[in-house]
Design a protein. Structure first.
Length: 419
């Protein structure tokens, strides 16, 4: 190797080293900036969680003394917003919050319960409601006190905020306690109010009829739905519990059954171009329903996309369709097979209902901004999952758009709007 080549090689090597050093310095500077931004974001989230917990505690305390409808609704909305804000702020802290499911579950229930009370007047709150509010208020107050205490320790440096980056070694790590560890300790000792039934999405489900089919009868039902012999079924999984749920497969078909009956059927193949008409598909769907014990159902709505025809069938009570308690079924238009069937929401059990409000009274509750076109009696589900008698009134909105308003036939108050 000549002297000139050696000089060039050394020069290029030094240039490369200088360039890499500059790149490393720039990357380190950028990493420091990102780390500072992340630390600031985490600190801000914790401060917001403390503020929201204080607001929730204060709003719940005030609700115990509210006797005016407007004031009560405003406080319920304030408590609902504070619970959601505290939940969101805790969820974005820079560590896994799965261990905090007790705290987050309490915040979700507190927010949902206060939101459900917005439908009531503060003047008509029952003693039981006020007792629940008192329990939520006490738990929220304890949470707020604990978060404020942690906030002071974070500000004083006794507790440090976690970082999402995981160190490979503990070299240079400070000995201060992490916020995640303190929150986890508090979570282990936190006692949320006991669950109770109310009109909300986090209300405990009522015990359901587990069904009477034996495992053998359920397997035979699955084979019948798949159109195969029982020996051709392969059990994919089974779930413990009184319902005795089982999933079977037959070729590319999945069939789910329980002691209540057939729950679902699903295919995974690609559907070719359709050769059947929607009317022929409807006939096949209704034959499948009849063959598998789903009688006395009426069509509620349907749709078709060129490959599948889908239908929604519902049971009825007192001449009113139970619009949320039906079954959905889809037929492949290339060969007429049942592509999907879902009866997990099917509930034909009659309920005690009271139709106190007539159609004329329901129409009088509509706003002036809509024009009513048609009305009918239907049975919906309340937020707590209870059957709710309603008047379904189809209207035209300000710009000619379709609007459907549901009026509670027991109270005469609108309870849901669909656009």
């Amino acid at each position: 190797m000549s002297k000139k080549i050696r000089v060039l090689l050394i020069a290029y090597t030094l240039a490369a080293l200088i360039g890499l050093g500059g790149l490393a310095w720039a990357s380190q500077s950028r990493l420091a900036w990102y780390r500072a931004a992340s630390d600031l974001s985490a600190a801000r989230a914790f401060e917001e969680a403390v503020t929201a917990a204080d607001t929730l505690s204060l709003s719940l305390k005030k609700l115990a003394y509210a006797n005016d409808e407007a004031l009560g609704k405003g406080l319920c909305a304030q408590a609902h917003a504070a619970a959601l804000s505290c939940d969101a702020a805790l969820s974005v802290l820079p560590f896994s919050t799965q261990e905090l499911e007790g705290l987050l579950g309490f915040l979700n229930r507190a927010g949902d319960y206060t939101a459900s009370l917005c439908a009531l007047s503060a003047e008509t709150l029952e003693a039981e409601d006020r007792q629940h509010l008192s329990e939520f208020s006490e738990a929220a107050s304890q949470l707020a006190d604990s978060l404020r205490e942690l906030q002071a320790k974070v500000h004083g440096g006794d507790v440090v905020m976690d970082r999402r980056e995981t160190p490979l070694r503990n070299v240079g790590e400070d000995a201060a306690e992490r916020l995640s560890a303190r929150l986890l300790d508090y979570e282990n000792g936190f006692s949320a109010p006991e669950a109770f039934a109310y009109e909300g999405q986090f209300s405990p489900e009522k015990a359901k009829d587990p069904g009477t089919l034996t495992d053998g009868e359920a397997r035979a039902l699955a084979a019948k739905a798949a159109g195969v012999e029982e020996r051709e079924l392969r059990e994919e999984y089974g779930a413990e519990g009184p319902e005795g749920r089982r999933c079977y497969s037959a070729g590319g078909l999945l069939i789910g059954v329980s002691r209540l009956g057939l729950e679902y059927v699903a295919q995974s193949r690609l559907v070719g171009s359709g050769r059947l008409s929607p009317e022929e598909a409807r006939t096949l769907a209704e034959k499948f329903l009849s063959d598998n014990g789903f009688d006395d159902l009426t069509p509620e709505r349907s749709g078709e996309n060129g490959a599948l025809a889908s239908f929604w069938y519902v049971p009825s009570q007192d001449g009113a369709p139970r619009v949320e308690d039906g079954v959905s079924i889809s037929v492949a238009l290339d060969d007429g097979s049942i592509y999907a069937f879902d009866a997990t929401r099917y509930d034909p059990a009659p309920a005690e209902l009271s139709w106190k409000i007539g159609e004329d009274e329901a129409l009088n509750t509509l706003p002036d901004s809509v024009a009513a076109e048609s009305g009918r009696r239907v049975i919906c589900r309340s937020p707590g999952g209870n059957p709710l008698p309603c008047w379904e009134i189809r209207c035209t909105g300000l710009k000619g758009e379709p609007v459907t308003i549901y009026v509670n036939a027991e109270t005469g108050r609108p309870c849901k709007i669909e656009l």
